[in-house]
Every structure is written in C-alpha cells, then in structure tokens.
Design a protein around this ligand. Structure first.
Ligand code: GCU
Ligand code: CA
Length: 137
C-alpha cells in the first residue's frame, strides 16, 4: 500500500521553513530547506516487518543545477537521490529511492549534499507493506 505524507502526521520538520509562495503544492505548503550542505527534512513511519520500500518525493527545483540528497534511515545512509532542475519553482515532479525499513518505527531523513540544500519538497510517498505515518520522536 501507499501513504502520502504532507505537513501533518509523519512530517517531523525541515531545516528551514514550510512555505506556500509557489503554487502547485498539495496540502498546506512545502518544505523549503535553507540553502546549505546537510540541510534537510525528516519523517517518521511505522511498518509491520522489515522489508523493501519505495520513497518518492514530490518536489520542485527552480534553481540552475541538480540538488542531490542522501537518504538516512534511522541515521544510516541508504541511498542517494538526484533532484534535477524542473524549470521553475511552480513546476513539480517526483524523484524516488528504494530503501529498507525495519519492523516498528523508522526515522527517514533526506538531506542535501550540495551547498544549495534541497529543492522544495511537497510530500513524501511511502510504498510497500502497510506503512503508517506516525508521530515524530
Ligand atoms: C527561491 C525560492 C525558494 C527556494 C529557494 C532556493 O528563494 O523562492 O522557494 O527554496 O529559491 O534556491 O532554495
Ligand atoms: Ca531552499
């Protein structure tokens, strides 16, 4: 099954702000990291058993270069994701990563590896065996 996490349950925060000044996002806004290496956003999910999951971020990158990110699951780097330019901050598309989640609660962090931080992140979708968005912490 698939869940989509917007700015509600399961979204734990961003090193920056939740903004709404570029149209096309779903929900109340999008996560805008400050433009610095290591700045990112955090989510929390629960799964019934260890297994493979697909993470997909809806994002916009109106900058002039890719804004690559690394995916930390429970603090361990499991994947790198490219977030190529989308042409404007109002043009949204998606980028994904395949990762492994452990039984129970998992923290998911996406952080920029370049000095511009991440693109603007609208949502995180988690697909696999019965994921649930849960309270952070
Ligand atoms: C602009 C844009 C922001 C974006 C930022 C960036 O300021 O309005 O939404 O996050 O560029 O370069 O990251
Ligand atoms: Ca930004």
């Amino acid at each position: 099954s698939e869940i989509v996490i917007e700015e509600g349950t399961g979204f734990c925060g961003v090193d920056g702000s939740v903004d709404s000044n570029h149209s096309g996002f779903n929900g109340i806004g999008f996560a805008n990291t400050d433009n610095a290496t290591g700045d990112g956003a955090d989510w929390q999910v629960n799964v019934p058993s260890s297994g493979d999951y697909t993470l997909e971020w809806r994002y916009a990158n109106g900058g002039s270069a890719n804004r690559p990110g690394e995916v930390l699951i429970n603090g361990s780097n499991q994947a790198m994701v490219d977030f190529p330019v989308t042409g404007s901050w109002e043009s949204w598309t998606s980028a994904s990563a395949e990762i492994v989640l452990s039984a129970g609660e998992n923290s998911i962090r996406l952080q920029g590896t370049g000095s511009e931080g991440l693109g603007n992140i609208d949502s995180l979708s988690v697909t696999g065996n019965s994921p649930q968005a849960v309270a952070c912490g």
